[in-house]
Design a protein around this ligand. Structure first.
Ligand SMILES: [Zn+2]
Length: 334
């Protein structure tokens, strides 16, 4: 798509009249460039997509749609999704991932309508999209001292990367997914979700030493395991089984359980994670006389950027572009 078409589309999405946008783009390009910033500055390779000035966000608790300045929204997402005591370059990487992810949702909903979960806005403020907190909400949650310290740090990370997005083959990297920690290796997208995305490949995540949720144990009886699975997945039935009928059959490239057999039924690791409320599908099992123990490593789906891994890389001296290019294979950041 040509840059003007992109701008027109984004102007439409941001609520401005398309006719006005076309008129303005044809006659007042200078004024618009001042308004949106100079799109030709700091071009690494390819055309930059210029985000809209503001976006519409469904505020879950209020049940209303709020128009929020786009970069202010990104600050509220970084604050909602990553601890402010993470290193500056990790916060910048998070800012770019969050900005790319949310702009993708705005652009895609322009083609296919808004999600059923919030039919009047392209984004919501919960985990369904990305967690967003307004400055006043953050102040009441975390206090005014945090605003002067943590929020200031987040603000700087967002402003230092203002407008920067991730691209793959010159197109926006639509699936800028991230998770808390991988447990050592991230996942191929198709091993966790439906489709293979070229930049969501399994990579080592070697800097997660400080990650939470390591070697967490969940223990339950075989009976409870069978009851939970049979209730959650009525399309399959474990039948009566002995511990020897529980076997991990296959693992993904990233080390998560791909197929586990339990009695007569098989499940994906993600299905077990969901049914038992495990932190990760990266688990091992140990079989005791009456109980099975699941030991999990990492927290989240494991696809895309590991936040703890990003923080570890930042502390080891990598900058935000290096972090993003590590976790999103083959992307450009500009
Ligand atoms: Zn949502």
């Amino acid at each position: 798509m040509k840059r003007r078409e992109k701008l027109i589309k984004l102007l439409r999405l941001s609520g401005l009249c398309g006719g006005f946008a076309l008129f303005a783009l044809l006659l007042l390009p200078g004024a618009l460039l001042i308004f949106f910033g100079d799109s030709n500055s700091s071009v690494e390779n390819g055309e930059r997509i210029i985000p809209p000035k503001s976006i519409h966000v469904y505020r879950t608790a209020l049940g209303t749609v709020e128009e929020i300045d786009f970069e202010e929204y990104v600050k509220g997402v970084v604050a909602g999704e990553m601890p402010s005591n993470f290193a500056e370059e990790a916060l910048k990487a998070q800012a770019v991932a969050a900005r790319t992810y949310s702009l993708s949702k705005v652009i895609r909903s322009g083609d296919g309508g808004y999600p059923a979960a919030h039919p009047n806005a392209p984004l919501c403020d919960g985990t369904h999209c990305q967690v967003y907190r307004s400055p006043s909400e953050l102040e009441s949650l975390k206090g005014s001292a945090w605003m002067k310290d943590g929020y200031k740090k987040i603000t700087e990370a967002v402003e230092d990367t203002a407008g920067v997005l991730m691209y793959y083959n010159g197109e926006l990297a639509y699936q800028a997914l991230f998770h808390s920690s991988s447990g050592g290796k991230t996942e191929n997208s198709e091993d966790v979700f439906v489709s293979a995305v070229p930049y969501l490949r399994s990579v080592e995540s070697n800097y997660e030493d400080a990650a939470t949720h390591k070697n967490e144990k969940t223990s339950l009886t075989y009976t409870a395991l069978a009851e939970t699975l049979n209730k959650k997945y009525p399309d399959r039935y474990t039948g009566n089984f002995t511990p020897s009928a529980i076997k991990i059959r296959d693992r993904t490239d990233g080390g998560r359980v791909n197929i586990i057999q339990i009695g007569n039924a098989t499940y994906s690791g993600s299905e077990i994670r969901e049914a038992l409320g495990l932190k990760s599908a990266n688990f091992s099992i140990s079989k005791e006389p009456y109980n099975i123990v699941f030991t999990t490593n990492g927290y989240g789906h494991g696809v895309g950027m590991s936040q703890y891994g990003a923080n570890g890389m930042a502390e080891a001296g990598f900058d935000y572009k290096e972090i993003l290019k590590h976790y999103y294979t083959g992307v450009s950041v500009y």
